[in-house]
Ligand binder design. Structure first.
Ligand code: CDP
Length: 806
């Protein structure tokens, strides 16, 4: 070896593969303002659409008069449900097996529902046209409180379903009932409760919130009448699914639909489903023969596109007197709004909520979920969450704290006592999941040691004593949260969307010079896929990540995939990437054997090429193999070096984490200070630690927002009172606490590189940590459970109701 020969470390580092804190390649364009978003798209002759929306939450639409609107200069058309009926598009199917009005058909069911679509030569003219459409409404009684949805005298919301005693998920008990979903063993659970020394029961609500990505939902539709082809550029987290949905509902051949998701400014679940704006823009383009752009404003996004949560979870735990849990019983009242437009895999009406046993070894459990309609916007998306996992984690983590309080035990100790132990994996939970791997005790103890949990508890005890002596008006809370997630939807045996199995895909094509392009069925919305996907390939085939271009979001070029949401990209597409790379490597080995004149079995892989075993000087780099693939392959072998993998995972992956929030609350003002927030995440093999840290920071910031104030709230008349960023809490750097991050690594045994997802973990684990901190702070004053969100006013109100305001 001469001085110029790179060392093994240098060769490995040059790849920037797994474990490397590779800088985000996409940031080169983002930081220079060169991202390419939907609103950057300007096509010749492009028209603009805007919606007339309902001011009422529930009303009969008596008439719609467009005469004055059509006189506005620039306005070309006003589309109503009557127009859509001519092409059979007045209603559309939802991902949850329900149907949804595209434009108001005889009735409106929530405030800001789409009533008519005005098409004009520019956005301003469209907006002027909207203000001139005259709609006559007859207001009807409104249901906002889901607990009133199934009252005997509750108004009928969905007249289209009248007389239907069953829906997509079985029997309906009431005209505003959608489904009942039951999992677990009722008899054994009831028996456990009968025998229990100690039980707790609490209504734990997870309020309605909204993903509110920076860029709202938008599209440009362009129909080419000559070719009969429709091109849709849109903010789609799952472009292939959108293509299939459009083909099915518009009855256009799928090969004549081109769906392109360019750069997307955040999604968080908001951009998974199909919205009336997409349908109306497509119909408007077909009718006018011109491209049509639809861009939501912020108020429209917050009030009419998919909400998240609105789960009301009556939770009971049975336990022994020394704190061993023996049973879990949960009933959920799920408010789905006007239409069941939840974005869950088809067979899961309450998503993966049955992960609600969490990280604890419950011998028995029973869960029932009732979905109901109300006069609120439809949705029920996984806001940085894997299909109701966030709700489940909040439910069990609050309940464990409530149990600890009742038992007089430390919440961390109670958790340690009940964790699934390392040797129990793969672990079968009482509600039907098989957890792939975990080491909960190690993670929890690392959190407790790093934060000096014992010292914090001593400090809290001193502060409580000082508060009781009247020496301080501040109370201190320690919010412990330990979550287990379920991500990577999913195995085709139990996950599909509209009948399409939830696999994912990757195609890698290597070029002669040792560079390549990789295409996936996923779509990054800020997660950094262009950076990390290339790192997987780099480690697998020894080509530097910089030489691999990653492309997503074009249904004409990418292999079919189910998209990016629910932290499924790494568990599913990440695996497809590794498997496609391994196919490349297998062919490369045959080429290398031919060129080095040895048998394939005589070769061993060495970082970036193949070496002849026992003859270290006989080596062929992957770069040279790429060249050979295009000029001297073994006789009988096809030239070229490319591979495709469609990966159907054998199981989900189960990331976990231990979080701690230290908070001080001034009881006289309700003002809180997050003094410390520690987040330990275990997502198995870590592809890019810097990206993981960024994901955790972002997710924790959203968790902070949700727990401490972010809420979609309605008044009794069904008016949204938090419909803009004036009222909907969107934290800036000023309010956001400092985050301490940490990790353990417990690889997934079934994933080709051992990786689990991470993107949503901090939202899942963060919310209970914040809420437990607030509740822990108030607990010594006699409080058991204070509902989220914990804004200043609610904290003050809690202090007042506990009688500590003098
Ligand atoms: O599906 P989504 O991309 O939202 O979530 P994810 O699979 O958790 O990945 C989010 C980002 O974190 C991606 O860029 C991943 O490559 C990266 N990641 C990682 O570096 N290591 C992991 N074990 C998991 C995710």
């Amino acid at each position: 070896m001469n001085d110029m020969t790179p060392t093994r470390e240098q060769r490995t580092a040059a790849l920037e593969g797994l474990g490397c804190k590779r800088k985000r390649v996409e940031d080169v364009r983002f930081t220079q303002g060169k991202g390419n978003y939907i609103d950057d798209l300007k096509l010749p002759g492009m028209l603009h659409g805007d919606f007339v929306r309902s001011p009422h939450a529930h009303a009969r639409v008596k008439s719609i008069n467009s005469d004055e609107a059509l006189k506005v200069p620039g306005v070309l058309a006003v589309i109503t449900a009557e127009t859509l009926k001519t092409v059979n598009l007045a209603w559309m199917p939802t991902l949850a097996g329900d149907v949804q009005m595209v434009l108001a058909d005889a009735k409106v069911l929530f405030q800001n529902q789409e009533v008519a679509f005005v098409v004009a030569t520019d956005r301003y003219a469209a907006d002027d046209g909207v203000s001139k459409v005259v709609v006559e409404y007859e207001p009807l009684p409104v249901i906002i409180d889901p607990f009133k949805s199934m009252a005997p005298d509750a108004p009928v919301l969905r007249e289209d379903l009248s007389g239907k005693t069953s829906g997509a998920h079985g029997p309906r008990k009431h005209h505003n009932h959608i489904f009942e979903w039951t999992v677990g063993d009722k008899e054994l659970t009831d028996a456990a409760f009968k025998k229990a020394d100690v039980t707790i029961k609490e209504l734990i609500s997870y309020h309605r919130t909204h993903p509110s990505p920076l860029e709202t939902c938008q599209c440009v539709c362009s129909f080419d009448k000559i070719k009969g082809e429709l091109t849709i550029w849109g903010t789609f987290q799952a472009p292939h699914v959108i293509r299939t949905v459009v083909s099915l509902i518009a009855k256009l051949p799928e090969q004549k639909i081109h769906v392109i998701s360019p750069d997307i400014g955040g999604g968080f679940g908001n951009k998974v489903g199909a919205y009336p704006g997409y349908i109306c823009a497509a119909v408007a383009s077909i009718v006018t023969g011109k491209p049509v752009k639809w861009v939501e404003d912020r108020i429209e996004n917050l009030t009419a596109t998919s909400f998240a949560r609105d789960y009301h979870m009556t939770t009971e735990i049975a336990a022994t007197k020394d704190g061993k849990v023996t049973g879990l019983r949960v009933h959920v009242l799920a408010d789905h709004g006007a239409f069941d437009a939840c974005a869950d895999p088809s067979k899961w009406p309450a998503g993966f909520f049955n992960i609600v046993t969490g990280s604890y070894d419950f011998p028995v459990a029973h869960l029932t979920v009732d979905g109901v309609y109300s006069n609120k916007a439809p949705g029920g998306v996984a806001y940085r969450c894997s299909f109701r996992v966030t709700e489940a984690a909040y439910c069990i983590e609050r309940a464990m704290d409530i149990l600890a309080q009742k038992l007089g035990m430390d919440p961390a100790e109670l958790r340690l006592k009940n964790f699934v132990r390392r040797e129990q994996f793969p672990y079968h939970s009482a509600l039907g999941w098989e957890y792939d791997s975990g080491d909960y005790h190690t993670a929890m103890r690392k959190m407790m040691e790093t934060t000096d949990y014992a010292a914090l508890r001593r400090e809290q005890a001193d502060k409580r004593a000082a508060f009781k002596r009247g020496e301080t008006r501040e109370i201190m809370g320690l919010g412990v949260s330990f979550f287990t997630e379920i991500v990577g939807a999913g195995p085709s045996k139990n996950c599909d969307i509209l009948g399409i199995a939830m696999f994912d895909s990757c195609e890698i094509r290597m070029h002669p010079t040792g560079a390549g392009i990789a295409r996936m069925g996923t779509k990054s919305q800020g997660q950094g896929h262009e950076t990390t996907w290339a790192q997987i390939i780099a480690s697998e085939i020894g080509i530097p990540a910089d030489n691999i271009m990653v492309e997503e979001g074009n249904t004409d070029t990418a292999p079919y995939g189910l998209g990016t949401y629910g932290s499924r990209s790494t568990p599913v597409a990440g695996a497809a990437i590794a498997m496609a790379a391994r196919k490349i490597k297998a062919k490369a080995q045959m080429i290398a054997a031919y060129k080095l004149e040895v048998h394939e079995d005589d070769l061993e892989w060495d970082i970036d090429g193949f070496r002849v075993k026992g003859l270290p000087e006989k080596f062929m780099s992957m770069k040279d193999i790429c060249w050979a693939a295009y000029n001297s392959v073994p006789p009988g072998m096809e030239p070229g070096l490319e591979a495709v993998s469609y990966y159907d995972p054998p199981n989900m992956t189960y990331p976990f984490g231990a979080y701690l929030c230290v908070m001080d609350i001034d009881v006289d003002t309700g003002v809180y200070k997050v003094r410390r927030f520690y987040a330990l995440d275990d997502c198995g093999t870590r592809i890019n630690p810097m990206i993981i840290e960024g994901q955790v920071h972002g997710g924790l910031t959203e968790a902070f927002a949700i727990a401490m104030g972010q809420e979609i709230r309605y008044d009794e008349g069904g008016n949204v009172v938090t419909g803009s960023f004036m009222d909907f809490f969107m934290p800036t750097a000023v309010e956001t606490p400092h985050w301490e991050t940490d990790f353990t690594v417990t690889p997934s045994p079934h994933h080709p590189i051992g990786a689990k997802g991470v993107g949503e973990s901090p939202n899942v684990g963060g919310v209970p940590a914040f809420s437990n901190a607030v509740n822990d702070a108030f607990s010594f004053l006699g409080s058991t459970h204070i509902q989220m969100p914990h804004d200043y006013w609610r904290n003050w109100r809690a202090a007042k109701s506990l009688g500590v305001l003098g």
